[in-house]
Design a protein around this ligand. Structure first.
Ligand SMILES: CCCCCCCC/C=C\CCCCCCCC(=O)N[C@@H](Cc1ccccc1)C(=O)O
Ligand SMILES: [Zn+2]
Ligand SMILES: [Zn+2]
Length: 480
């Protein structure tokens, strides 16, 4: 167990108490950020005007961050932002806080308020980006602004990287920032990005909120399936057409899911650590997975999020075929989006897919693919994990267990694997099942949850300066 020195090195810890005026300004700043429609539509199309406006907006809202002598601000890839916060103790390895300023499109249908209005209703701020991921962009800068206004000077250096194209790959933003840091010889102690939450009532028999820190992220593959045939007159159709052959291939994939990998990823460890949080008899079941593993793994398949944690998922997302009502279509093609379980590889999933489809008339074209990310350490020496765990317990006293998990989506963080093996995906936001609206309609964050996120980062930055007894870079180890 890591021991925490109860005192800060210089005993000048700043309490996370904010005035009413500061809290109001914090909420208004987030609303203003939501109102700038920084939408990434595709590689070819993003709202660059909004991305540029967002850069000006953060300068206006966080003047102290931009005018502090030990903070350097750089624009990378035209619209991404890198902040270098120089700490006073060069013996401490720096860390990185990540977030992204772009959002997915939000057609107005189904929204209770316009998606880029940032309106507040019943204690919630609504809008595209309130959870993914302007909350993090704004909370990081807000917490730093508030610390600087209280004359905070960090001991451990850190970087803040705000990508502008996470929703379409991160190749112009995160990838370029990462290359820039690498060219400067930076090695990071750890990085923290979006990708998991504090969840309440996520499973019916969980008694209290739990915090899941994702320590690995799934791989991905966009696979195009294509069928070609000689076109003909629809009045005399052949027994099978390009559309029916392709549909049958997709149906095969839906009827034959990828194998259940429970026991070969983070989920088993996560459930074992959470066992005590469940009421009886589930706690008994989870304490005896040697016996109940088959039952538990089948249970997890029933919920789309837990199912995604235990297997490679297969989602047909694009289907194109047909050129005219009376022409047998010459081509039918579909894109299948796979999210690859950490215990599998792109190669394995591709081979499995070909075997499941088992039809030579279907061609396979890999459009984009990457393997799952390596599992980040969670042991006593893992500074990033321990700092998050400690800060979670301090800021979310209602959370009794912090457990490692797997991120079912992808984040900018994979572009930083060249700088650290300690990548932790955690958004310090408490979510109830009704608030899982990322990429959906009526995305929202409660005012309280956002204020807590700012408080969390305010505490986290200070905790990163705290003396961790037994950590490799503790400069005071010789005192022990
Ligand atoms: C007992 C079980 C507890 C489980 C708790 C689970 C809590 C977390 C659940 C879900 C969190 C999902 C977060 C996903 C973040 C993904 C961010 C994102 O949308 N990224 C895009 C990136 C991308 C990828 C490919 C093409 C374009 C963009 C994505 O993954 O689609
Ligand atoms: Zn995101
Ligand atoms: Zn997203």
């Amino acid at each position: 167990q890591v021991l925490w020195n109860t005192q800060l090195r210089d005993t000048s810890r700043i309490p996370s108490n904010f005035s009413r005026q500061e809290r109001m300004a914090t909420i208004e700043a987030l609303k203003g950020a939501i109102q700038i429609p920084t939408v990434s539509f595709s590689h070819e199309k993003s709202n660059t005007t909004a991305l540029a406006e967002f850069g000006e907006y953060i300068q206006r809202v966080f003047p102290t961050v931009f005018h502090t002598s030990f903070i350097k601000h750089e624009v990378v890839g035209n619209y991404s932002h890198l902040f270098t916060v120089q700490g006073s103790d060069p013996s401490l390895q720096p860390y990185l806080l990540l977030a992204h300023i772009d959002v997915v499109p939000a057609p107005e249908e189904g929204w209770e308020v316009p998606p880029f209005s940032g309106q507040e209703r019943d204690g919630f701020i609504y809008g595209r980006g309130t959870l993914d991921n302007k909350n993090s962009v704004m909370a990081i800068l807000q917490a730093l602004e508030l610390l600087l206004l209280r004359n905070y000077t960090p001991q451990r250096s850190f970087f803040i990287a705000l990508g502008h194209d996470e929703e379409i790959s991160g190749t112009d933003g995160a990838q370029k920032i990462s290359a820039l840091l690498q060219s400067r010889g930076v090695r990071l102690a750890f990085a923290v990005d979006e990708g998991s939450f504090v969840v309440d009532n996520f499973l019916p028999s969980l008694k209290k909120p739990i915090a899941i820190i994702a320590v690995s992220e799934k791989g991905a593959m966009d696979l195009m399936l294509r069928v070609n045939m000689t076109p003909g007159h629809s009045s005399a159709p052949p027994k099978e057409t390009t559309i029916s052959i392709l549909s049958a291939a997709i149906n095969q994939l839906q009827q034959n899911p990828m194998p259940n990998m429970f026991g070969r990823g983070q989920v088993k460890t996560m459930l074992q650590q959470l066992a005590g949080e469940f009421s009886s008899p589930i706690n008994i079941v989870l304490r005896n997975l040697w016996l109940f593993q088959p039952f538990v793994s089948r249970f997890l398949e029933k919920n789309p999020i837990t199912n995604a944690m235990i297997r490679t998922t297969v989602a047909p997302t694009v289907f194109q075929a047909g050129i005219k009502v009376n022409v047998i279509p010459p081509v039918a093609q579909a894109i299948i989006n796979f999210r690859i379980h950490p215990a599998q590889t792109v190669h394995e999933v591709l081979e499995l897919t070909k075997n499941i489809v088992a039809d030579d008339r279907v061609q396979f074209h890999v459009l984009r693919a990457f393997d799952p990310s390596p599992v980040s350490p969670t042991d006593d020496q893992a500074l990033g994990y321990q700092l998050l765990r400690h800060t979670i317990h301090a800021v979310f006293p209602e959370v009794s267990v912090v457990a490692p998990g797997t991120c079912i989506g992808n984040t900018d963080s994979r572009h930083y694997l060249n700088l650290t093996r300690g990548i932790y995906l955690f958004n310090p936001v408490l979510l109830k099942p009704a608030d899982f609206r990322i990429h959906g309609v009526n995305e929202r964050i409660s005012v309280q949850a956002y204020e807590t996120q700012v408080k969390f980062i305010f505490e986290f930055i200070q905790n990163a300066d705290m003396e961790l007894v037994g950590m490799p870079d503790s400069p005071h180890q010789h005192d022990l």
